[in-house]
Ligand binder design. Structure first.
Ligand code: DGT
Ligand code: CA
Ligand code: CA
Ligand code: ZN
Length: 574
């Protein structure tokens, strides 16, 4: 059990006891919970070294609390806690998360209105029953409803795309504070995981108090969960939890490594340290009492005999062995991208013209784009039919000529995001498709076909000699729509046989292919593209999410065809 988990149970015991009007004890448990939360050493290790005696040395811990902690460490349970829970008819653990509700109020709500859980609480508040209770009133009823709304919004994970802009802004503002030398996000965000549980920010500063005061008073803060000298935690108004820690410079690298995780990667590093006779934790790498590394991550990896592991790879999926054998891949970078193979315009559901999209792509450092508007089956997007796509090709020739006349080295290629029909045939005729430079094929309908039929449908589409790329291959929308049922192993095999490229759609709510499929493509040699799926001129910025996803899948520049010069890329296509 972690200190955090133990503290949570101690807090709950305190609340149960308070509900029962027990004197003094609730405060004692609460105080210990606070101490446990801020302990630097895990209670499990304190206990394994010095037993229950050592636990009693923790400030505020008497014999009975020490016994509870020991029981939790040994068995993962506490009889005292379970008894309290059983004898309390309400879901205290959740009710207490509603802002402004403490044990005393929860008790009153249960006794007078029979409120047992969040659902009951919402019903009573909406029926206007709470305002009539002594000690509550209309204002507190309103606050309870607000608190409930906030809770429902704040449970669950955020997409990386929803969290990252906020996080960067926060990092920047922290960096601007007096005395701050470094501010860096760690955790799942630094590993570019597609969803984020909470945000972990690290700061190096000699004015920790100032940083904490600023942090808990930021305008976006919805609720302060903890306010300490070196560690604070808040929930933003949008429901995102953010932890902040202030560190001394000599521990910055080890803390960054520790809080970047993943946990499994950390555990493997710690084992390597132990095998070498060292000790690794968030404070540094130690030989006996002496710190031998910790200022930077690089020196820690080096002292452990490992090559530096990029954060995106730290998921314990072979990166530690590869770092030991010095065979980590040279990962693709955003600056390697030269083109974008999926771009929509105002010919269909995009917002901007061909020319505007080209000029935005140029500003993003690209050398070429493929215009891939939708096709006629997607009528709601005003999808192109054979006649209009021929018109569009002429328009592209015109815009290209204009760029050339201005001396600009930029190429707009002709393409399509062509719908795959239910039977695996294409929405545009083969003779039309064969005139285009790059043909992408997409599933936009019949998401619910049986797995075998969906797989065959897509296999048929990519066996079409005009189809170069399978766009957003699994159709998922992160946290909104599951991928359709499809055998991706079989699709990757077929892509290999038919020389079809699989797309990594970089839109943060797609990130499709996901990392594990990218890794499979890399292993069998199926090439991929990283595309923005831009529908307006600001969308090229999402390419960085696609690059990060590709890196999580161990992709190199040679795996990604739009990291190649345009001529090589075109020659590779069917
Ligand atoms: P999340 O927040 O669910 O998206 O994922 P993370 O990876 O950000 O996880 P989080 O916030 O719980 O913890 C941040 C990092 O701290 C995690 O990646 C690794 C490290 N960490 C947390 N708990 C432990 C632990 O019990 N042991 C070790 N070795 N590392 C831990
Ligand atoms: Ca986190
Ligand atoms: Ca965290
Ligand atoms: Zn579209």
């Amino acid at each position: 059990m972690t200190n955090q988990e133990i503290a949570k149970i101690l807090y709950e015991i305190s609340a149960y006891l308070e509900m029962q009007d027990v004197a003094f004890k609730p405060r004692a448990y609460e105080k210990v919970a606070e101490v446990v939360e801020s302990l630097s050493e895990p209670l499990t290790s304190i206990h394994s070294k010095g037993g229950i005696k050592a636990i009693q040395d923790v400030p505020g811990v008497g014999i009975s609390i020490a016994e509870t902690i020991e029981e939790l460490i040994k068995t993962g349970h506490s009889k005292h806690y379970e008894e309290l829970k059983k004898n309390t008819p309400v879901d205290l653990a959740n009710l207490i998360r509603v802002e402004g509700l403490g044990p005393k109020k929860i008790k009153a709500l249960y006794n007078k209105l029979g409120v047992r859980n969040l659902k009951d609480l919402e019903k009573s508040a909406k029926a206007g029953k709470i305002r009539k209770l002594a000690g509550f009133g209309p204002k507190s009823e309103e606050n309870i409803l607000k608190g409930l709304d906030f809770l429902s919004r704040s449970s669950g994970r955020f997409t990386l795309g929803a969290a990252l802009p906020l996080v960067r802004e926060t990092e920047d503002r922290l960096r601007g504070l007096k005395g701050v030398k470094k501010a860096q996000v760690a955790g799942s965000i630094r590993r570019w995981k597609e969803t984020v549980g909470d945000v972990d920010i690290l700061v190096v500063s000699d004015k920790a108090e100032l940083v904490m005061d600023y942090f808990i008073n930021m305008p976006e803060v919805g609720r302060v969960l903890a306010h300490g000298k070196t560690k604070s935690a808040i929930t933003l108004k949008n429901g995102l939890d953010v932890d902040l820690r202030v560190l001394p410079p000599e521990s910055y690298g080890s803390a960054l490594a520790y809080f970047t995780g993943s946990k499994a990667h950390n555990v493997a590093l710690r084992q390597i340290a132990i095998n070498k006779g060292y000790k690794l934790n968030e404070y540094g790498l130690f030989k006996g009492e002496r710190q031998i590394a910790g200022k930077t991550e690089e020196e820690i990896y080096k002292k452990l005999g490992l090559d530096y592991v990029e954060p995106e790879l730290r998921e314990l999926t072979g990166e530690v062995e590869a770092a030991q054998e010095h065979i980590l891949p040279n990962l693709i970078k955003r600056s390697d991208l030269r083109g974008d193979l999926q771009v929509q315009t105002n010919w269909t559901d995009g917002e901007k013209s061909i020319k505007e999209m080209a000029s935005a792509a140029m500003k993003s450092g690209l050398e070429y784009i493929v215009i891939t508007d939708h096709t006629k089956r997607l009528a709601m997007t005003n999808g192109l039919d054979e006649r209009r796509i021929v018109q569009q090709m002429k328009e592209i020739d015109k815009v290209n000529a204009g760029l050339k006349a201005k001396g600009l080295k930029f190429t707009i290629l002709k393409g399509s995001e062509c719908d795959i029909l239910k039977d695996g045939t294409m929405d545009l005729s083969d003779s039309t498709l064969s005139k285009l430079d790059v043909v992408g094929a997409s599933v936009h309908s019949h998401f619910n076909l049986p797995r075998e039929d969906q797989t065959k449908r897509i296999q048929k589409a990519i066996s079409n000699p005009s189809v170069d790329i399978l766009f957003h291959p699994t159709g998922r929308l992160i946290q909104r729509r599951e991928a359709y049922a499809v055998d991706m192993g079989a699709i990757i095999d077929s892509a290999k046989k038919t020389k079809t490229v699989l797309e990594i759609d970089a839109f943060p709510d797609r990130l499709d292919l996901k990392d594990e499929y990218i890794r499979q493509c890399v292993e069998v040699g199926v090439k991929m593209s990283i595309d923005s799926d831009a529908h307006t001129d600001s969308h090229f910025s999402v390419l960085e999410y696609g690059v990060a996803q590709a890196r999580r899948g161990w992709a190199k520049r040679s795996d990604i065809i739009n990291a190649w010069p345009v001529s090589k890329m075109l020659k590779f296509l069917k």
